[in-house]
Design a protein around this ligand. Structure first.
Ligand SMILES: *Cc1c(COP(=O)(O)O)cnc(C)c1O
Length: 386
């Protein structure tokens, strides 16, 4: 058979390196318990940190607005797809994160591409943490700006790069919560550096929004950073909020710049209005029900204490992302398979998602879990890892 793209060789190489990916087919809603292949599993790998993806109020908002607004938005935001539900969601998001404006994007990936590309060009420089999410790295590369990656959370390394830069505009870009490690970027110190070198600062709060901070408003809330200090705040709605979509929040001028110039905003269909309504319902729960967040944080503490007692090596994370470092791809898969056998769904994260030799089990906790379920996870980990 002809193979002009040399697909077989590339796929075979992936397999032999234990890097081949396979999709599991879910037969239930997201939740602490999910059905795969007709069997129930305890789910410790979703990003539904607050257990809102299948919440009755969120479902009700979705279905009732689908009755009023239909399914498809019909057009991009700039043509005739921007509904009153989208608009209300933008206003409530901006209010929640303490910014002048928020602009909705269809996904977080598109928001990242859209904002970096609207702000930065050939004469400019983008500085990104080595462990940033792939969408931010792609955004930096696509922008055509001089692209630099600094060592993970290393302020000295970043500062020496900023000092040398003679580029026109400078933008520092980080994950607020690193998606595969769970640790936080030092946003307060980064804001100080940005100020010192007259650079912009952008945080991707995909794993912080809804979860971090006293009010759950995310990284800006946790570090108490206003719009001057953290001018570009991107958040997603498909993780902690259990819905779908993303937003970029900041000044009036930032919002208008995105609407005028952001290609991944302009040239795509607006997300369904019913999805915006679902996000509004989630946002209401996040704002009114601090108990969910409290429960999640008590589970995080409980898990870390239990893992420590077992002698498992934890990573420095205060968030719902609690990875266990394994190292080899093969071993990570073997452990993930052994856990599956015991009824636990936890994915082995391998390169290129993480650096070589740092395959890990990415355990995530959710407010949907009970303490008993976390205890049973600890027991299973002890059996397969020790
Ligand atoms: C998931 C994720 C994204 C992408 O968001 P989507 O809405 O899923 O496209 C961006 N950044 C980070 C850090 C993420 O974890």
């Amino acid at each position: 058979m002809s193979d002009p793209f040399k697909l077989t060789a590339a796929l075979d190489e992936r397999k032999s390196n234990h890097l081949y990916r396979q999709r599991r087919i879910l037969e239930s809603a997201q939740g602490a318990e999910v059905i795969v292949d007709g069997k129930p599993y305890l789910n410790f790998c979703s990003n539904d940190y607050l257990g809102l993806a299948n919440h009755p109020d969120v479902i009700a908002a979705f279905t009732s607005s689908a009755n009023d607004f239909g399914v498809g938005s019909g057009a991009s935001h700039l043509v005739c797809g921007h509904s009153s539900l989208h608009h209300q969601l933008e206003e409530e998001l901006a209010d929640f994160v303490g910014r002048d404006r928020a602009v909705l994007f269809s996904t977080g990936y598109m928001a990242n591409l859209g904002v970096v590309n609207a702000l930065m060009g050939k004469q400019d420089a983008v500085f990104e943490d080595k462990l940033n999410h792939a969408s931010l790295l792609d955004a930096g590369l696509l922008s055509g700006a001089r692209f630099q990656r600094f060592l993970h959370n290393d302020l000295d390394n970043l500062e020496s790069r900023l000092k040398k830069s003679t580029d026109n505009k400078k933008l520092i870009v980080v994950d607020s919560v690193f998606s595969m490690d769970g640790d936080l970027a030092p946003l307060d110190n980064l804001a100080a550096l940005a100020k010192k070198y007259n650079a912009g600062l952008m945080a991707d709060d995909a794993h912080g929004f809804g979860v971090l901070g006293n009010a759950g408003a995310g990284c800006a809330d946790h570090f108490n950073l206003d719009q001057q200090q953290l001018p570009v705040l991107m958040g997603t709605l498909g993780k902690g909020l259990g819905s779908f979509g993303a937003f970029v929040a900041g000044s009036e001028d930032l919002a208008e710049t995105l609407i005028q110039f952001s290609r991944s905003y302009i040239y795509t269909t607006a997300l369904p209005p019913a999805v915006a309504a679902a996000s509004l319902a989630s946002l209401k729960i996040v704002r009114e029900d601090a108990d969910r967040r409290q429960h999640l944080y008590s589970l995080i503490t409980h898990f870390r204490q239990g893992a420590e007692q077992l002698g498992l090596e934890l990573m420095p994370s205060i968030t719902a992302i609690q990875p266990l470092m394994i190292g080899s791809n093969e071993k990570a898969i073997a452990i993930s398979d052994a856990l599956l056998e015991k009824g636990f769904l936890i994915s082995a994260i391998r390169p290129p998602t993480v650096p070589a030799n740092s395959a890990r089990l990415r355990i995530t906790l959710s407010a949907a879990h009970s303490e008993d379920q976390v205890d049973s996870l600890l027991k299973a980990l002890a059996e397969v890892m020790l």
